[in-house]
Design a protein around this ligand. Structure first.
Ligand code: 13P
Ligand code: SF4
Length: 358
Protein backbone atom coordinates (compact mmCIF):
# COMPACT_ATOMS: atom_id res chain seq x y z
CA UNK A 1 0.00 0.00 0.00
CA UNK A 2 1.29 3.46 -0.91
CA UNK A 3 1.95 5.72 2.08
CA UNK A 4 0.66 9.28 2.44
CA UNK A 5 3.96 10.87 1.36
CA UNK A 6 4.07 8.84 -1.84
CA UNK A 7 0.39 9.51 -2.57
CA UNK A 8 0.91 13.21 -1.86
CA UNK A 9 3.72 13.29 -4.43
CA UNK A 10 1.58 11.52 -7.04
CA UNK A 11 -1.33 13.91 -6.43
CA UNK A 12 0.92 16.97 -6.73
CA UNK A 13 2.48 15.70 -9.99
CA UNK A 14 -0.90 14.94 -11.54
CA UNK A 15 -2.24 18.36 -10.47
CA UNK A 16 0.76 20.06 -12.05
CA UNK A 17 0.19 18.21 -15.33
CA UNK A 18 -3.51 19.08 -15.39
CA UNK A 19 -2.83 22.75 -14.58
CA UNK A 20 -5.73 25.14 -15.14
CA UNK A 21 -7.88 22.33 -16.58
CA UNK A 22 -8.43 21.10 -13.04
CA UNK A 23 -9.98 22.43 -9.87
CA UNK A 24 -10.05 20.36 -6.69
CA UNK A 25 -12.77 21.24 -4.16
CA UNK A 26 -12.64 19.99 -0.58
CA UNK A 27 -15.24 20.11 2.19
CA UNK A 28 -14.12 21.13 5.69
CA UNK A 29 -14.80 17.56 6.91
CA UNK A 30 -12.22 16.00 4.63
CA UNK A 31 -9.11 14.52 6.20
CA UNK A 32 -5.94 16.66 6.24
CA UNK A 33 -4.15 14.51 3.63
CA UNK A 34 -6.92 15.43 1.18
CA UNK A 35 -7.52 19.05 2.25
CA UNK A 36 -3.87 19.92 1.56
CA UNK A 37 -4.48 19.30 -2.16
CA UNK A 38 -7.74 21.27 -2.46
CA UNK A 39 -7.78 24.57 -4.39
CA UNK A 40 -10.91 25.62 -2.46
CA UNK A 41 -11.88 24.40 1.00
CA UNK A 42 -15.26 25.40 2.32
CA UNK A 43 -18.75 24.58 3.54
CA UNK A 44 -21.32 23.22 1.12
CA UNK A 45 -22.58 26.70 0.16
CA UNK A 46 -19.10 28.05 -0.51
CA UNK A 47 -18.21 24.98 -2.56
CA UNK A 48 -21.35 25.39 -4.70
CA UNK A 49 -20.16 28.94 -5.45
CA UNK A 50 -16.60 27.71 -6.05
CA UNK A 51 -17.91 25.22 -8.64
CA UNK A 52 -19.59 28.15 -10.41
CA UNK A 53 -16.51 30.36 -10.24
CA UNK A 54 -14.10 28.13 -12.20
CA UNK A 55 -15.73 28.25 -15.62
CA UNK A 56 -12.38 27.62 -17.29
CA UNK A 57 -11.75 24.26 -15.59
CA UNK A 58 -12.49 21.12 -17.62
CA UNK A 59 -12.49 18.89 -14.54
CA UNK A 60 -13.98 19.54 -11.11
CA UNK A 61 -12.74 16.92 -8.67
CA UNK A 62 -15.00 17.06 -5.65
CA UNK A 63 -13.59 15.82 -2.35
CA UNK A 64 -16.84 15.66 -0.45
CA UNK A 65 -19.96 13.51 -0.66
CA UNK A 66 -22.22 12.51 -3.53
CA UNK A 67 -24.89 15.24 -3.20
CA UNK A 68 -22.18 17.92 -3.30
CA UNK A 69 -20.73 16.51 -6.52
CA UNK A 70 -24.23 16.34 -8.03
CA UNK A 71 -24.76 19.99 -7.11
CA UNK A 72 -21.47 20.92 -8.79
CA UNK A 73 -22.60 19.07 -11.93
CA UNK A 74 -25.94 20.90 -11.92
CA UNK A 75 -24.26 24.30 -11.59
CA UNK A 76 -21.35 23.68 -13.98
CA UNK A 77 -21.33 23.76 -17.78
CA UNK A 78 -22.25 20.58 -19.70
CA UNK A 79 -18.70 20.13 -20.96
CA UNK A 80 -17.17 20.29 -17.48
CA UNK A 81 -16.76 16.87 -15.86
CA UNK A 82 -17.40 16.50 -12.13
CA UNK A 83 -15.52 13.62 -10.52
CA UNK A 84 -16.13 12.08 -7.08
CA UNK A 85 -12.94 10.20 -6.11
CA UNK A 86 -14.88 7.41 -4.34
CA UNK A 87 -18.43 6.68 -5.52
CA UNK A 88 -19.24 5.15 -2.12
CA UNK A 89 -18.96 8.58 -0.46
CA UNK A 90 -22.66 9.24 0.12
CA UNK A 91 -24.56 10.94 2.95
CA UNK A 92 -26.82 8.83 5.16
CA UNK A 93 -29.02 11.87 5.88
CA UNK A 94 -29.54 12.58 2.17
CA UNK A 95 -30.54 8.94 1.72
CA UNK A 96 -33.32 9.34 4.32
CA UNK A 97 -35.48 11.31 1.86
CA UNK A 98 -36.13 9.31 -1.30
CA UNK A 99 -38.04 11.11 -4.00
CA UNK A 100 -40.94 8.64 -4.19
CA UNK A 101 -41.71 9.07 -0.45
CA UNK A 102 -41.47 12.86 -0.75
CA UNK A 103 -43.74 12.88 -3.84
CA UNK A 104 -46.26 10.72 -1.99
CA UNK A 105 -46.18 13.13 0.97
CA UNK A 106 -46.64 16.04 -1.43
CA UNK A 107 -49.71 14.44 -3.03
CA UNK A 108 -51.32 13.85 0.36
CA UNK A 109 -50.68 17.45 1.40
CA UNK A 110 -52.00 18.88 -1.89
CA UNK A 111 -55.18 16.84 -1.50
CA UNK A 112 -55.62 17.94 2.12
CA UNK A 113 -55.13 21.65 1.42
CA UNK A 114 -57.13 21.69 -1.84
CA UNK A 115 -60.20 23.22 -0.12
CA UNK A 116 -58.34 26.22 1.40
CA UNK A 117 -59.14 29.76 0.29
CA UNK A 118 -56.70 31.27 -2.19
CA UNK A 119 -54.83 34.08 -0.42
CA UNK A 120 -52.28 34.45 -3.20
CA UNK A 121 -49.77 32.20 -1.46
CA UNK A 122 -49.02 28.53 -1.99
CA UNK A 123 -50.45 26.09 0.58
CA UNK A 124 -46.95 24.63 1.04
CA UNK A 125 -43.50 25.59 -0.23
CA UNK A 126 -41.00 22.69 -0.37
CA UNK A 127 -37.53 23.44 0.98
CA UNK A 128 -34.74 20.93 0.66
CA UNK A 129 -31.46 21.01 2.52
CA UNK A 130 -28.46 20.88 0.21
CA UNK A 131 -27.86 17.41 1.71
CA UNK A 132 -30.36 15.74 -0.64
CA UNK A 133 -30.37 14.01 -4.01
CA UNK A 134 -30.46 15.92 -7.30
CA UNK A 135 -33.89 14.34 -7.88
CA UNK A 136 -35.23 16.12 -4.79
CA UNK A 137 -33.68 19.42 -5.78
CA UNK A 138 -35.45 18.93 -9.11
CA UNK A 139 -38.73 18.17 -7.31
CA UNK A 140 -38.37 21.36 -5.29
CA UNK A 141 -37.60 23.42 -8.40
CA UNK A 142 -40.70 22.05 -10.18
CA UNK A 143 -42.94 22.87 -7.24
CA UNK A 144 -42.06 26.48 -6.42
CA UNK A 145 -39.47 25.61 -3.79
CA UNK A 146 -35.87 26.32 -2.90
CA UNK A 147 -32.66 24.75 -1.60
CA UNK A 148 -30.93 25.83 1.61
CA UNK A 149 -27.63 25.11 3.32
CA UNK A 150 -26.84 25.37 7.00
CA UNK A 151 -25.37 28.83 6.36
CA UNK A 152 -28.52 30.35 4.85
CA UNK A 153 -31.42 28.31 6.26
CA UNK A 154 -33.09 31.30 8.00
CA UNK A 155 -32.89 33.49 4.89
CA UNK A 156 -34.34 30.68 2.80
CA UNK A 157 -37.16 29.99 5.28
CA UNK A 158 -38.07 33.68 5.19
CA UNK A 159 -38.17 33.47 1.38
CA UNK A 160 -40.47 30.46 1.65
CA UNK A 161 -42.78 32.00 4.29
CA UNK A 162 -43.30 35.02 2.04
CA UNK A 163 -44.57 32.69 -0.68
CA UNK A 164 -46.42 30.03 1.24
CA UNK A 165 -48.64 29.38 4.23
CA UNK A 166 -46.41 26.47 5.21
CA UNK A 167 -43.08 24.89 4.48
CA UNK A 168 -42.30 21.22 3.90
CA UNK A 169 -38.66 20.88 5.02
CA UNK A 170 -36.49 17.86 4.24
CA UNK A 171 -34.45 15.79 4.93
CA UNK A 172 -33.00 17.16 8.22
CA UNK A 173 -35.59 17.57 10.95
CA UNK A 174 -33.01 19.21 13.25
CA UNK A 175 -31.88 21.97 10.89
CA UNK A 176 -35.54 22.67 10.09
CA UNK A 177 -36.64 22.71 13.72
CA UNK A 178 -33.67 24.70 15.05
CA UNK A 179 -33.95 27.33 12.32
CA UNK A 180 -37.72 27.75 12.49
CA UNK A 181 -37.66 27.86 16.31
CA UNK A 182 -35.06 30.65 16.23
CA UNK A 183 -37.44 32.52 13.89
CA UNK A 184 -40.26 32.24 16.43
CA UNK A 185 -42.24 29.32 15.01
CA UNK A 186 -43.79 27.41 17.95
CA UNK A 187 -42.87 23.73 18.28
CA UNK A 188 -46.53 22.66 18.06
CA UNK A 189 -46.64 24.18 14.57
CA UNK A 190 -43.80 21.87 13.44
CA UNK A 191 -45.21 18.35 13.08
CA UNK A 192 -42.94 15.62 11.76
CA UNK A 193 -43.79 13.58 8.68
CA UNK A 194 -43.28 9.83 8.98
CA UNK A 195 -43.49 8.44 5.41
CA UNK A 196 -44.61 5.03 6.66
CA UNK A 197 -47.91 6.34 8.08
CA UNK A 198 -50.96 7.92 6.44
CA UNK A 199 -50.75 11.74 6.63
CA UNK A 200 -47.25 11.19 7.95
CA UNK A 201 -48.72 10.00 11.27
CA UNK A 202 -50.52 13.32 11.91
CA UNK A 203 -54.17 14.29 12.18
CA UNK A 204 -55.67 16.67 9.63
CA UNK A 205 -55.96 19.61 12.02
CA UNK A 206 -52.28 19.41 13.01
CA UNK A 207 -51.29 19.58 9.36
CA UNK A 208 -53.66 22.48 8.73
CA UNK A 209 -52.20 24.43 11.67
CA UNK A 210 -48.62 23.59 10.70
CA UNK A 211 -46.08 26.25 9.72
CA UNK A 212 -43.22 23.84 9.04
CA UNK A 213 -43.69 20.14 8.30
CA UNK A 214 -40.45 18.36 9.13
CA UNK A 215 -39.17 15.26 7.39
CA UNK A 216 -37.82 12.63 9.79
CA UNK A 217 -34.17 12.67 8.59
CA UNK A 218 -31.11 13.32 10.73
CA UNK A 219 -27.32 13.20 10.62
CA UNK A 220 -25.84 10.20 12.40
CA UNK A 221 -22.71 12.21 13.27
CA UNK A 222 -24.46 15.25 14.76
CA UNK A 223 -27.12 13.30 16.62
CA UNK A 224 -24.33 11.94 18.84
CA UNK A 225 -23.88 15.30 20.59
CA UNK A 226 -25.68 15.65 23.92
CA UNK A 227 -26.53 18.22 26.58
CA UNK A 228 -24.56 16.09 29.07
CA UNK A 229 -21.41 16.59 26.99
CA UNK A 230 -22.00 20.36 27.09
CA UNK A 231 -22.50 20.25 30.86
CA UNK A 232 -19.29 18.22 31.19
CA UNK A 233 -17.36 20.79 29.12
CA UNK A 234 -18.75 23.67 31.19
CA UNK A 235 -17.84 21.88 34.44
CA UNK A 236 -14.26 21.36 33.24
CA UNK A 237 -13.81 24.81 31.65
CA UNK A 238 -16.24 27.39 33.09
CA UNK A 239 -15.15 29.92 30.44
CA UNK A 240 -15.76 27.53 27.52
CA UNK A 241 -17.64 28.69 24.43
CA UNK A 242 -19.76 25.87 23.04
CA UNK A 243 -20.45 26.11 19.31
CA UNK A 244 -22.43 23.44 17.50
CA UNK A 245 -23.71 22.72 14.00
CA UNK A 246 -27.50 23.18 13.53
CA UNK A 247 -27.80 19.51 12.50
CA UNK A 248 -27.52 18.78 16.25
CA UNK A 249 -30.76 18.02 18.15
CA UNK A 250 -32.65 21.05 19.49
CA UNK A 251 -31.75 20.62 23.21
CA UNK A 252 -28.06 20.62 22.22
CA UNK A 253 -28.42 23.77 20.10
CA UNK A 254 -30.37 25.42 22.94
CA UNK A 255 -27.67 24.55 25.48
CA UNK A 256 -24.83 25.80 23.25
CA UNK A 257 -23.58 29.39 23.13
CA UNK A 258 -23.91 29.51 19.34
CA UNK A 259 -24.90 27.34 16.41
CA UNK A 260 -23.99 27.65 12.75
CA UNK A 261 -22.54 26.12 9.63
CA UNK A 262 -19.04 24.75 9.39
CA UNK A 263 -17.87 28.11 8.07
CA UNK A 264 -19.65 29.95 10.91
CA UNK A 265 -17.79 27.76 13.41
CA UNK A 266 -14.45 28.45 11.74
CA UNK A 267 -15.08 32.20 11.72
CA UNK A 268 -16.10 32.21 15.39
CA UNK A 269 -12.79 30.60 16.33
CA UNK A 270 -10.80 32.86 13.98
CA UNK A 271 -12.41 35.95 15.54
CA UNK A 272 -11.19 35.21 19.09
CA UNK A 273 -8.35 37.62 19.89
CA UNK A 274 -7.55 36.30 23.41
CA UNK A 275 -6.62 32.66 24.18
CA UNK A 276 -9.99 30.95 24.57
CA UNK A 277 -11.58 27.56 25.11
CA UNK A 278 -13.94 26.18 22.46
CA UNK A 279 -15.97 22.98 22.65
CA UNK A 280 -17.21 22.23 19.15
CA UNK A 281 -20.13 20.05 18.16
CA UNK A 282 -19.29 19.00 14.63
CA UNK A 283 -17.24 16.50 12.65
CA UNK A 284 -13.94 15.70 14.30
CA UNK A 285 -11.59 16.15 11.32
CA UNK A 286 -12.61 19.78 11.11
CA UNK A 287 -12.33 20.28 14.88
CA UNK A 288 -8.83 18.76 15.00
CA UNK A 289 -7.70 20.94 12.10
CA UNK A 290 -8.97 24.04 13.93
CA UNK A 291 -7.05 22.93 17.03
CA UNK A 292 -3.86 22.63 14.94
CA UNK A 293 -4.40 25.98 13.22
CA UNK A 294 -5.04 27.88 16.45
CA UNK A 295 -2.63 26.48 19.06
CA UNK A 296 -3.20 29.58 21.26
CA UNK A 297 -6.74 28.28 21.97
CA UNK A 298 -7.95 25.11 23.64
CA UNK A 299 -10.24 23.53 21.04
CA UNK A 300 -11.85 20.12 21.38
CA UNK A 301 -14.72 18.07 19.98
CA UNK A 302 -17.70 17.78 22.35
CA UNK A 303 -17.96 14.05 21.69
CA UNK A 304 -15.07 12.29 23.45
CA UNK A 305 -15.65 9.15 21.37
CA UNK A 306 -14.27 10.41 18.08
CA UNK A 307 -17.03 10.96 15.52
CA UNK A 308 -15.81 11.26 11.94
CA UNK A 309 -18.29 11.35 9.10
CA UNK A 310 -17.58 7.84 7.81
CA UNK A 311 -18.68 8.64 4.27
CA UNK A 312 -16.62 11.86 3.96
CA UNK A 313 -13.73 9.73 5.20
CA UNK A 314 -14.11 7.44 2.19
CA UNK A 315 -12.27 10.02 0.10
CA UNK A 316 -8.87 8.51 0.75
CA UNK A 317 -5.84 10.18 -0.91
CA UNK A 318 -5.35 6.91 -2.81
CA UNK A 319 -8.64 7.51 -4.65
CA UNK A 320 -7.71 11.13 -5.29
CA UNK A 321 -4.36 10.08 -6.79
CA UNK A 322 -6.11 7.46 -8.94
CA UNK A 323 -8.78 9.77 -10.44
CA UNK A 324 -6.22 12.50 -11.14
CA UNK A 325 -3.78 10.11 -12.84
CA UNK A 326 -6.66 8.78 -14.94
CA UNK A 327 -7.44 12.37 -16.00
CA UNK A 328 -3.80 12.88 -16.96
CA UNK A 329 -4.13 9.74 -19.11
CA UNK A 330 -7.22 11.25 -20.76
CA UNK A 331 -9.76 9.03 -18.97
CA UNK A 332 -12.56 10.44 -16.84
CA UNK A 333 -13.47 7.95 -14.11
CA UNK A 334 -16.13 8.28 -11.40
CA UNK A 335 -17.90 11.06 -13.26
CA UNK A 336 -21.11 12.29 -11.61
CA UNK A 337 -23.79 13.31 -14.08
CA UNK A 338 -27.29 14.54 -13.43
CA UNK A 339 -29.73 14.13 -16.33
CA UNK A 340 -30.85 17.18 -18.29
CA UNK A 341 -34.46 17.30 -17.06
CA UNK A 342 -33.49 17.05 -13.39
CA UNK A 343 -30.70 19.59 -13.91
CA UNK A 344 -33.05 22.17 -15.40
CA UNK A 345 -35.44 22.05 -12.42
CA UNK A 346 -32.75 21.67 -9.76
CA UNK A 347 -30.92 24.67 -11.19
CA UNK A 348 -34.02 26.82 -10.63
CA UNK A 349 -34.15 25.76 -6.97
CA UNK A 350 -30.41 26.33 -6.48
CA UNK A 351 -30.51 29.68 -8.26
CA UNK A 352 -33.34 30.83 -5.95
CA UNK A 353 -31.04 30.00 -3.03
CA UNK A 354 -28.06 31.82 -4.54
CA UNK A 355 -30.29 34.85 -5.20
CA UNK A 356 -32.04 34.88 -1.78
CA UNK A 357 -30.61 37.87 0.06
CA UNK A 358 -29.90 37.72 3.81
P1 13P B 1 -22.13 22.65 5.87
O1 13P B 1 -23.28 23.08 5.03
O2 13P B 1 -22.01 23.42 7.13
O3 13P B 1 -20.90 22.59 5.05
O4 13P B 1 -22.42 21.18 6.36
C1 13P B 1 -22.58 20.15 5.46
C2 13P B 1 -22.75 18.88 6.16
O5 13P B 1 -22.85 17.84 5.58
C3 13P B 1 -22.81 18.94 7.61
O6 13P B 1 -22.97 17.69 8.11
FE1 SF4 C 1 -24.13 13.64 5.78
FE2 SF4 C 1 -23.83 13.93 8.42
FE3 SF4 C 1 -21.74 13.26 6.92
FE4 SF4 C 1 -22.77 15.73 6.78
S1 SF4 C 1 -21.77 14.77 8.55
S2 SF4 C 1 -22.18 14.45 5.05
S3 SF4 C 1 -24.97 15.28 7.05
S4 SF4 C 1 -23.63 12.02 7.25
Amino acid sequence: LADDAELGGRIRRAKEQLGEDLVVLGHFYQRDEVVEHADFVGDSFQLANAALSREDAKYIVFCGVHFMAETADILSRDDQAVVLPNLAAGCSMADMADSSSVEECWEQLMELYADEDDDGRAAVVPVTYMNSSAALKGFVGRNGGIVCTSSNAATVLEWAFERGRRVLFFPDQHLGRNTAKAMGVPLEAMPMWNPRAALGGNDEQTLRDARVILWHGFCSVHKRFTVEQIEGARAQFPEVQVIVHPECPMPVVDAADAAGSTDFIRKAVAAATEPSVFAIGTEVNMVNRLADEYPQHTIFCLDPVVCPCSTMYRIHPGYLAWVLEELVAGRVVNRITVDEGTTAHAKVALQRMLDAKP
